[in-house]
Design a protein around this ligand. Sequence first.
Ligand code: SAM
Ligand code: SF4
Length: 474
Amino acid sequence: MSFAVESARLSGSGYDFIDEAYLLSLLDRPAAAGAVRDIIAKSLAKQPLAVEETATLLAADQPELVAQIFDAARQLKRDVYGRRIVLFAPLYVGNHCTNDCVYCAFRRSNQAEIRRTLDEESLHQQVLALENKGHRRLILVFGEHPQYGAEFMAECVQHVYAATSGRGKIRRVNLNAAPLDHDGYRIVKAADIGTYQIFQETYHHETYRRVHPKGTRKANYLWRLDGVARAMEAECDDVGIGALFGLFDWRFEVLALVRHALHLQKEYRVGPHTISFPRLRPACGVKLDESYLVQDDDFKRLVAILRLSVPYTGLICTAREPPALRRELMGFGISQIDAGSRVEIGGYTEAGDAQVMELEQFELGDIRPLDEVVHELLVDGYIPSFCTACYRLGRTGEHFMEYAIPGFIQNLCTPNALSTLMEYLCDFALPETRAAGEIAIRREVERLPDGDRKRVLLDRLRRIKDQGERDLHF
Ligand code: SAM
Ligand code: SF4
């Protein structure tokens, strides 16, 4: 830990590494074509970019440079992630909240919102419904409220792992919740969480103050900024960061996300596992300020630029975005998506496809069932992956980087993606999806180099399909 971070810790606060004036000044610099080419080359060599380099890509808005950025992002994504797309679902546990974030339907002053927390039985029913669709990874989402302390969240995580139905079982539970103190992170870690996700929403101090009214927990910018660093110090070394795009200049938020990732890498020797970039959506009782809404073309650029800036960080695009855009973004950046998602409390059993505005946090853009999304991914040549092996085998944090950086990830991830896909096809897929999936698996196996790994994988695929074995992973 550097002296600056250590002294901030000793004085009981966090260290503000968002050098706002400097980051804003970078946005005024023009981009020379030669510099853009050099930066792209660095990124294709799988080296993370400095904020100054990301700023150059952000300034490169001439059509031919933008095209080069998209091409490079496409290539880098193929090189690092192959054709895998990891699938998950959000599970909203409770919408009580003591904060008053102006953009969110759960904010405390929103009288129109019906408040609810899933009890143990309702949580169980939600999990079974998700398992019966074939999900293996969930992210539990909570408002910020004394009811939702670390112990409560840890209990929810344990219930989710314990709920099994037939062939269904959730193998990885992530959290998206308020920042905790060190002890809180230790408690949720002991319940075996995967990623702890906290979005800064906006890194711009003045905007942060405006959208998070005084007197609320979330008004404390530094407590939140420091949230994932505390998680790492408490051995929760698998963290996700993000910004809510539409609150301030998207280019600044991209620079700040890169600054945040570099800060974690420098101080804790491991960057964030994922970056999320939700775009502001209409929500019950929310009057959107439209000044900074991000248009589709800029959104695509920001995804491509993030891809190039942080080659080894997973990029998540949620069902806030419409199907056609998600499909496009997968080609040059996104490595994880949710599918079959509902963002109302109890939505997996109670609401069906109807949108229940009083319980929703915001409107979704993609409400297609999981199987339809899996089918589209297969048709587009991707491998939908339900793999959860890395975190279960302790390949997270620094250990994960050891695997990721030398490029071993594909040797582990592709075979694991294929065996979890085979499980999905046998247990949950509709006939058309199963047919498309089996063709995809054959094609991918043929692409693997001959050798022991391929032989073992072929044997496992046969055992999953013919003998009903499950959970075989490298
Ligand atoms: N309450 C916790 C917090 O604020 O960190 C976690 C859950 S919050 C329900 C999850 C995320 O939803 C927020 O971090 C925010 O980025 C996003 N969100 C809130 N309102 C939104 C809206 N109107 N459109 C899109 N995303 C929104
Ligand atoms: Fe509460 Fe989170 Fe919504 Fe803010 S974003 S009002 S903290 S649920």
